[in-house]
Ligand binder design. Structure first.
Ligand SMILES: [Zn+2]
Length: 211
């Protein structure tokens, strides 16, 4: 795969670190090293990003890691790993962050589920807007929410694809919805993707849980 030129847009170090550690947990140190080499990021192998919130991890590097997962494990295997990495990134860090931490409070737990989603999804979007140069918004419709990433790190710099590829973001949303709703699983589909020529990456979230 070709290197992806740097974007000048950044993710907080801590979130990149958690994503990298999540991948290491799933595929082992050697598997992760192979991914980082394939992604043209060998310098990260023994120098993971620090666990701080400085915005220093380039979107292009997030995208390169995502692409390397697909190349090495195939579209299906890569998708599974990206979903797990996204879920772990949420579970290990985001749930303790800012407004989302309140979802663990008793006063929040007793709210009806649709209210929880109506509060929790925009809170998640705001946090990403804070800790990265990613800008996210949420719209509510009758049966679904539309979560939009306006500058997406996951597919940064890729084009001419025929299927969406932002499964790290899908995993983050799935785990975020689980946290906010108190343990339910929801269908999340990426319906538009910048890598397919769309202006934005868009995710449809069904309001009724599947479990
Ligand atoms: Zn994307």
């Amino acid at each position: 795969m070709e290197p992806i030129p740097h974007s000048g847009l950044f993710y907080a170090n801590k979130f990149a670190l958690i994503m990298i550690k999540a991948l290491e947990d799933v595929m082992g140190k050697n598997g992760l090293n192979a991914i980082l080499n394939l992604a043209h990021l060998p310098e990260i192998i023994d120098h993971y990003p620090p666990g701080n919130l400085a915005k220093e991890f380039d979107f292009a590097d997030v995208s390169a890691i995502n692409q390397a997962l697909e190349e090495m494990y195939g579209p299906r295997g890569g998708r599974g790993l990206a979903l797990r990495a996204g879920r772990a990134t949420f579970a290990d860090s985001l749930k303790n962050f800012g407004a989302l931490a309140g979802a663990g409070d008793l006063a929040f737990k007793v709210l009806p589920m649709q209210v929880k989603l109506r509060i929790g999804l925009p809170a998640m979007a705001r946090i990403f807007t804070q800790v990265s140069d990613q800008h996210s918004t949420v719209q509510e419709f009758d049966t679904e929410f539309i979560y939009t990433i306006h500058r997406c790190p996951v597919c940064w710099g890729r084009k001419d694809l025929d299927k969406p590829v932002c499964f790290i973001a899908v995993g983050l949303l799935q785990e975020g919805l689980k946290w906010v709703s108190g343990g339910h699983e929801f269908r999340v589909y990426e319906t538009r993707c910048v890598s397919m020529g769309d202006e934005i990456c868009e995710f449809k979230i069904q309001k009724s849980p599947i479990s």
